[in-house]
Design a protein around this ligand. Structure first.
Ligand code: CAA
Length: 258
């Protein structure tokens, strides 16, 4: 539990939930809050009982961006010395699957936070966008890179230059999010998907995340080699034996993450 986040577990302690909790400011992300989120995510990543991490806001906002009031006091030198956005690199090192469950606003740094997650589920009332240009600045926590890798240069420029919000439906069509559901069922649907992922073989899930994550960075042959090695590695796990044995015995597999 932090000052700006609530933390709980679900599904017999296998799903770790981080809820952004600064509702009066639409979950605007100040430095302390980002630090709390990163530390909690690492704690869940290191907890062997946790298999999936869920990041969520409230009905009105996932997060309406970086805290503008806090940020407006900065200078180039204060930014350079403290390098406050470097902390975002910690989100890239999480090995477990992370699902963003988005209702309401996911703007600027809030959209960037969702883009740092592996899967995004949104309620029909969700709005995504990069309004930084309207403030005379630009995304600084990964937006230009992660959005462009997700939807391509032209669409990314359209969104980041115009600074307009897009609906969950449009975000789905663009392929930037995975699912859109009615606001009344987003919590339940998030937990259903997280639960399904939590039941998969954790070692395979982890090795898949690594291989898919590298697909955009590595030359094809290097990516294929990494995939092959990760595939071979799964054969060192008890879960591979259990998964294949369960198939032969026509029963459901029970994976232990070993
Ligand atoms: N920073 C600080 N405070 C914020 C905030 C933010 N990003 N977003 C909202 N708030 C505050 C508002 O100032 C307001 O506070 P008061 O009640 O004290 O006046 C409160 O949250 C509620 O917001 P609104 O009254 O504005 O609510 P609304 O429904 O009328 O509008 C909104 C909602 C369209 C999201 C509007 O709040 C808004 O435009 N927010 C800013 C969005 C933005 O520009 N985000 C980008 C930030 S820069 C960034 O993120 C850089 C980066 O890459 C890391």
């Amino acid at each position: 539990m932090g000052k700006f986040i609530n933390v709980r577990t679900e599904a017999e302690g296998t799903i770790g939930v981080i809820e952004l909790n600064r509702p009066k400011r639409l979950n605007a992300l100040n430095r302390k809050m980002i630090e709390e989120i990163a530390s909690q995510m690492e704690a869940f990543d290191n907890d062997p009982r946790i298999r999936v991490i869920v990041l969520q806001g409230n009905e009105r906002a996932f997060a309406a961006g970086a805290d503008i009031e806090e940020m407006m006091k900065e200078s180039p030198l204060s930014f350079e010395l403290a390098d406050p956005f470097a902390i975002w690199d910690r989100f890239m090192s999480v090995n477990k699957p992370v699902i963003a469950s988005v209702s309401g606003f996911a703007l600027g740094g809030g959209f960037e936070l969702a883009l740092h997650c592996d899967l995004i589920i949104a309620a029909e009332n969700a709005q995504f966008g990069f309004p930084e240009v309207n403030l005379g600045v630009m995304p600084g926590a990964g937006g230009t890179q992660l959005l462009t890798r997700s939807i391509g240069k032209r669409k990314a420029l359209e969104l980041i230059w115009l600074g307009e919000h897009i609906s969950a439906e449009v975000a789905l069509e663009l392929g930037v999010i995975n699912w859109v559901v009615a606001p009344e069922i987003i919590e339940e649907e998030t937990m259903r998907l997280a639960g399904k992922l939590a039941d998969q073989a954790p070692i395979a899930v982890r090795l898949i995340k690594e291989a898919v994550g590298k697909a955009e960075d590595l030359p094809l042959q290097d990516g294929l080699t990494l995939e092959r090695k990760n595939f071979y590695l799964t054969f060192d796990s008890a879960d591979q034996k259990e998964g294949m044995q369960a198939f032969i015995e026509k029963r459901a597999a029970h994976f232990k993450g070993e």
